[in-house]
Design a protein around this ligand. Structure first.
Ligand SMILES: Cc1ncc(COP(=O)(O)O)c(C=O)c1O
Length: 356
């Protein structure tokens, strides 16, 4: 056996860097991770308490995932045989990439795309064709259609993180229909937008639509994602690729209870969409900023030369947003999550004071 191969491999992995999580600031106003604080603390205490009652963690969760899938089916109106679950949509994306992609399969996506997905492609040495956003943070459907002939996998987060952009339904449907390889549409934020492509999995066997309870349900800590796809793909994924017990009993039971109360999620989405308009309109009043449209629960803006100063000044006041820096020709991009009315007002007041 060759000596040193293990150490070499560890060194190789260490040099990749990995997905950068936001910093943890105790007691800060958390507007950096696209979480949902409009969903009340009461909502989560209710489901966690209910889940506790329904759980016996001495046992493996036999049959639990199946019950959860029945609830997801009721919620999404997609048959149970076309649904799978994962430890966050992160894990679903990872399992798809690690099993279906290789150094020989080209992934067509946008630049920027979801950071975790990009890091996973780097880890597995999967080549990417990443198409840039225009100056007004939009993607060109013609360019995607043209490049789709050179790619084996199409991955789009719809809406996109971090820009908030989403193709029109008609454009995306056409692109997805014409693509011959594997299509992954990541709909982590679709509840905040005007459409989902989930139904299309009923007629298109190469399409996987991934969703999560992390964003619209405000349950990022539960680590529960799910996908919808053809019966054949779903069967292979659930029986072979996924772990035998991918979710904890508490996640399964909490997920079932959360989906039973989905009206609360819909109410919170209404508030967030209204607040999104308020944040966009208010930020647009400042010449310092260029503010982009968003179909998600966050807003991206270019603060140009002031972005470092604004980011630091906000964090000194305990307000945490995401610093992205250069995106395309935009040098000073910042992304702010839409929080509760009170959180958003604090953020906007702090901006007003800084730019006075
Ligand atoms: C586009 C996109 N997909 C997936 C995820 C991850 O979701 P989950 O919490 O279900 O792993 C995120 C989280 O930020 C995201 O932005």
């Amino acid at each position: 056996m060759k000596t040193g191969w293990f150490e070499k491999k560890v060194k190789e992995f260490s040099s990749i860097g990995g997905y950068k999580k936001p910093e943890l600031h105790q007691d800060s106003l958390k507007l950096d991770s696209n979480e949902n604080y409009v969903m009340s603390k009461q909502f989560q205490s209710d489901i966690i308490l209910g889940a506790k009652k329904n759980s016996d963690v001495r046992e493996y969760p036999l049959g639990g995932v199946e019950r959860l899938i029945q609830m997801i089916s009721k919620f999404t109106k997609i048959p149970t045989s076309m649904i799978g679950v994962g430890n966050g949509s992160d894990q679903i994306l990872d399992l798809i990439l690690s099993n279906f992609a290789s150094k020989q399969t080209k992934v067509l996506t946008s630049n920027p795309t979801f950071g975790f997905f990009e890091e996973r492609c780097k880890l597995y040495s999967i080549p990417m064709i990443a198409l840039r956003f225009s100056n007004d943070m939009k993607l060109d459907i013609k360019e995607f259609t043209k490049q789709s002939k050179n790619a084996d996998i199409l991955y789009l987060d719809s809406p996109n993180n971090p820009t908030g952009f989403q193709f029109s339904k008609n454009d995306l449907q056409k692109l997805v229909k014409s693509f011959k390889g594997l299509v992954i549409i990541d709909e982590a934020y679709s509840d905040f937008s005007n459409y989902s492509l989930a139904k299309q999995v009923k007629t298109q066997s190469n399409l996987v639509v991934v969703q999560t309870v992390s964003k619209s349900f405000g349950l990022a800590g539960l680590r529960l994602g799910y996908f919808m796809a053809s019966k054949q793909f779903t069967g292979a994924f659930n029986k072979v690729l996924q772990y035998p017990y991918p979710l904890s009993t508490l996640t399964i039971e909490s997920g079932i209870l959360a989906l039973e109360k989905s009206q609360q999620m819909r109410d919170s989405v209404k508030v967030i969409k209204k607040e999104r308009t308020r944040i966009i309109e208010t930020l647009r009043k400042y010449n310092t900023f260029e503010v982009f449209d968003s179909e998600a629960n966050f807003v991206l803006f270019d603060a140009h030369g002031s972005y470092q100063r604004i980011f630091i000044a906000l964090s000194e006041q305990g307000i945490s947003i995401r610093k992205l820096g250069k995106i395309g020709n935009h040098e000073g991009c910042l992304r702010v999550t839409i929080g509760t009315k009170e959180m958003n007002s604090r953020f906007l007041l702090a901006i007003r004071d800084l730019l006075r």
